[in-house]
Design a protein around this ligand. Structure first.
Ligand code: ADP
Ligand code: MG
Length: 243
């Protein structure tokens, strides 16, 4: 069943048409990797799914709830089911790791403080950072901060996780630890949409790879096909540059 359904999505910023007619259905437990050149609209697409941007036209549904045109209070509810991880980890600098993770569920009154802290510790175990619960983000490496950011997103028990180039800001030696956490999540059945330049990850983990260029989905397919036998000339050119 379609977990995320995007139909005829268009998004413009003023005169600039960034997303031109995006149609995409993501199934439950599916892992989608989105690749494409810089400026092609990948982040804008993720931000439309998370209602951080309002679509110019078309619809975006998650679990059957259309968010285009929804009232603000419905959007907040909708967003709670979608975890997002950014290139810049965006942790709250004045909060400890544990507080970062339990903040949203406690503030939104979804969990008591004790429940949220217990859950946060479990999540920290999952990303292998249990011993860092009481330190502040600045005391962590980039890779550790990004793993905390993933744990923080998971604290809301999301149905879908969106990742926008989660390893692009990391020193090379830290990329693997973050990708490993994402691999584990994928294995556990999380529905994931990942914008990435990590072609190895896309090859290994994605069920489907989507190539976006100039606001269109130019080509999509299972990684063996898209990487092994790309059909569109633009896909071929892009892969020649990055592989
Ligand atoms: P990608 O993530 O593929 O690099 P983006 O989705 O970030 O691409 O951006 C696509 C295009 O939209 C770029 O030309 C960018 O400058 C433009 N853009 C993105 N966000 C905004 C905004 N808030 N206002 C104006 N232009 C934007
Ligand atoms: Mg981007």
């Amino acid at each position: 069943m379609g977990k995320v359904k995007i139909k005829n999505l268009k998004k413009s910023f003023g005169e600039l048409e960034v997303l031109k007619d995006i149609n995409l259905e993501v199934c439950e437990r599916e892992v989608i990797c989105i690749i494409g050149p810089s400026g092609s609209g990948k982040s804008t697409l993720l931000r439309c799914i998370n209602a951080l941007e309002v679509a110019t036209s078309g619809t975006v549904e998650v679990d059957g709830n259309d968010i285009t045109g929804a009232a603000d209070k419905d959007i907040n509810k909708y967003r709670q089911n979608i975890g997002m991880v950014f290139q810049q980890f965006n942790l709250f600098p004045h909060m400890t790791v544990l507080e970062n993770i339990s903040f949203a569920p406690v503030t939104l009154k979804l969990k008591s403080k004790q429940e949220a802290n217990e859950k946060a510790l479990k999540l920290l175990r999952r990303v292998d950072l249990e011993e860092k619960a009481n330190v502040y983000p600045e005391q962590l490496s980039g890779g550790q901060q990004q793993r905390v950011a993933i744990a923080r997103a998971l604290a809301m028990d999301p149905d879908v996780m969106l990742f926008d180039e989660p390893t692009s800001a990391l020193d090379p030696e830290m990329v693997g630890e973050v990708l490993n956490v994402m691999k584990k999540l994928a294995k556990e059945g999380m529905t994931m949409i990942v914008v990435t330049h990590e072609m190895g990850f896309a090859r290994e983990v994605a069920d489907r790879v989507i190539f976006i260029d100039e606001g269109f989905i130019v080509e999509e397919g299972p990684p063996q096909e898209l990487f092994g036998a790309p059909k569109n000339e633009r896909t071929i050119n892009f892969l020649n540059m990055v592989l």
